[in-house]
Design a protein around this ligand. Sequence first.
Ligand SMILES: Cc1cc2nc3c(=O)[nH]c(=O)nc-3n(C[C@H](O)[C@H](O)[C@H](O)COP(=O)(O)O)c2cc1C
Length: 332
Amino acid sequence: MTNFWQKLKRPFMMLAPMYDVTDEAFRQMFVKYGKPDVFFTEFVSVDGLLSDAGRPKLLRELYFNKNEHPIVAQVFGSDPAKFREVAKLIAELGFDGLDINMGCPDKAVIKQGAGSALIRKPELAKKIILAAKEGAGRMSVSVKTRIGYSKIEEMETWLTAILEAEPAMLTVHLRTMKEMSKVPTHWELAEKVAELGKKFGVPVAGNGDVKSLTEAREKAAKYNLDGVMIGRGAFGNPAFFAGREMSREEKLLALVEHTNLFEQLYRPGKMNDKLFAGHTKNFAVLKKHFKAYVAGWSGATALRAKLMEAETAGEVDRIINQYLAGKEEKRS
Ligand SMILES: Cc1cc2nc3c(=O)[nH]c(=O)nc-3n(C[C@H](O)[C@H](O)[C@H](O)COP(=O)(O)O)c2cc1C
C-alpha cells in the first residue's frame, strides 16, 4: 500500500478521534448516512496495548469493519521503542494509518509525558514519529497536535520540528494546550500552517469548531488546506458529511438506531462475547449522544430528561416512538 493521504481528493474531510465517542457504533452511523473521507478511532494507550493485561480490552477500541476504510488508529504514549512495536500491531490489524496524538490536554495523559506534553519535547516527538514509521512498514504515520503548549508564538518552531520528521499528514487543532477548548479556534493561523505543510511536502488539515460541511470546505479553500477534521460539529448528525442537517424526526430515529448498534456491540450478549470477549461498556456512554441528537427545539429538554433515565436500547426505542406518536397526533 502506498501513502493513501496523497491519493485522497482535496479537501479531504475527517471525523475526529474522540475518546468514548468515536467507537464502532458511532462510525457505522456515518457509514450509513454520509461517510467522511477518513475515519479515526478514539485514542488508545501505547503502554496499554503492549501490556498483556491492557491489550484485550483496548483491542475493542481498535475494532472496525471493511466499510470504514480508510481508517486510522490513534495512539498516545511517550516511548519511541513502544511506538515502533505498536505500529507493527496496528499494521497487522489492517489499519490504513497510525496517528500519533500530540495534542491531548488531559492531565492524566500529560503526566505520562504523552499528548500535549510532547509539544515541550520536540526532539522526543521527532524520535517517536521516526520510530513509529520504522514499525509501520508501508502503513502511513500521521500526527495530530495543537499550535503550542501555552503560547501561539510557539507554533512555527513546534510544527517545523514535527514536519522535519515527515509524517504522512499533520492535523492541527488551532488552539494551544492551555486554551483547551475554551477560546475560539485561531483559524487566522491556518494559512501559515498550510504554508509550512507545503514547504515540507506534507498534507495538512485544520481542526476546531467547524459546524458544517460547507464551512469546512470554505475554510479549506480560504486557507489553502489539504483537509479539515470535524469532531463536535458532527455529534448528533450522522448526515454531516453528506452535507445536510437531518430533520428532527430523522435524528430521533437515528438515535434509536445508534443506541441499538451500541447495545449489540458493547452491552452483555452474544456479539459482545464474540467480538470483545465480554469487555462491555456502560450504557451511560450514550448519554452525550442523547444530548446531541435531542437538542434545539422546545420539548427537547423534557425528552432528553426521559432518555437520561433509560438503561436499555428497548427503553430508548419506546420513549422515542411514544414521543413521535404523540407528535403525529398533535399534527393531525
Ligand atoms: C469527547 C471528546 C473526546 C476527544 N478525544 C480525543 C482523542 O481521543 N484524540 C484526539 O486527538 N483528540 C480528541 N479530542 C479532540 C478532538 O479530536 C478535536 O480536536 C476537538 O474536539 C476540536 O475539534 P471540534 O471543535 O471539531 O470538536 C476529543 C474531543 C472531545 C470533545
